[in-house]
Design a protein around this ligand. Sequence first.
Ligand SMILES: Nc1ncnc2c1ncn2[C@@H]1O[C@H](COP(=O)(O)OP(=O)(O)OP(=O)(O)O)[C@@H](O)[C@H]1O
Length: 318
Amino acid sequence: MTAPLLEFDGLRVSLGERPILRDVTLSVHAGEAVGLVGESGSGKSMTVKSVVRLLPGGSTVDGSVRFGGIDVGSLGPADLRRFRSRDVAMVFQDPRATVNPVRTIGDFLTEVLRDQGVGRAEATRRAAGSLAEVGVDDVRRRLSQRPYELSGGLLQRVVIAAALLTEPKLILADEPTTALDVTTQEEVVAILNEQRRQRSAALLFITHDLELAAAVCDRIAVMYAGEIVEILPADRLHDDARHPYTKALLGSRPGTVPPGERLRTVPGTPQSALTAPAGCVFADRCPVVESACRDLHPPMLSVGSGFAACHLLSEEVR
Ligand SMILES: Nc1ncnc2c1ncn2[C@@H]1O[C@H](COP(=O)(O)OP(=O)(O)OP(=O)(O)O)[C@@H](O)[C@H]1O
């Protein structure tokens, strides 16, 4: 197999004394879509932000994030700028926080290309083409409009068009549809995925929604309290999930209980890397916890089609 495009290798991030990510190890291959799922505060956004070095000030980083074999922590200012504007593209939750409200859509779209020395007419032509590809109609008029004139769904398409314009090798998408209504969410995710597939761009896709991750991605990494606790192929999610946390997430989805019955949730409250116990981070909420789980940190084990960090699996793989 070829070397991964993106590799997190034992990534640890702390803010002062406070741990945020602990030993995150994950790879994303060229053209592959990997979903990062987990409850709020599990570290999904911090993992993604570490790729482009957008962590909060005062963060300490150990371990590494490599892109194309190069440690992004070692990039100087000019290389970092080039990496951020050419190799990766980002799509965040709220398009209105991404697009400058007082500038036109055309200016927003052509800016990066113009920075790269592309002439105005050519940049506008490419911007118009990119908008059309993500299903925006009346492209010429859109280019002269300002963000407040567009709906949230349309504006997120503009952000996706911008993300695709520089032909990035990797797209980082952090809950790209949470701010949109349900029908628009599906359309926007479908367009993002279709367009990145056509370009063979890899995708690191953050979502709370396991089913959405399974529909869009090739593999899924489940995070809890700043750690990855399970990684498995998306099409094996239902059959092969082994970690008690992944199973609890699967059991708490809407649609798993008959209409009228109360939706099950994962019992207990989510924890952060700071509050998690010393042994298994999920021990306090785990329905099958044993005494060893509280003391010893479980290693990531190869089980079935994926990997999971759970003491109860140790016997099985021995
Ligand atoms: N700017 C910040 N300053 C201090 N702590 C932060 C900051 N951003 C995030 N954290 C903390 O880092 C941990 C991981 O947060 P992160 O945003 O990565 O989680 P997440 O899984 O993406 O959650 P969500 O789904 O709510 O976005 C949390 O405990 C959070 O409180």
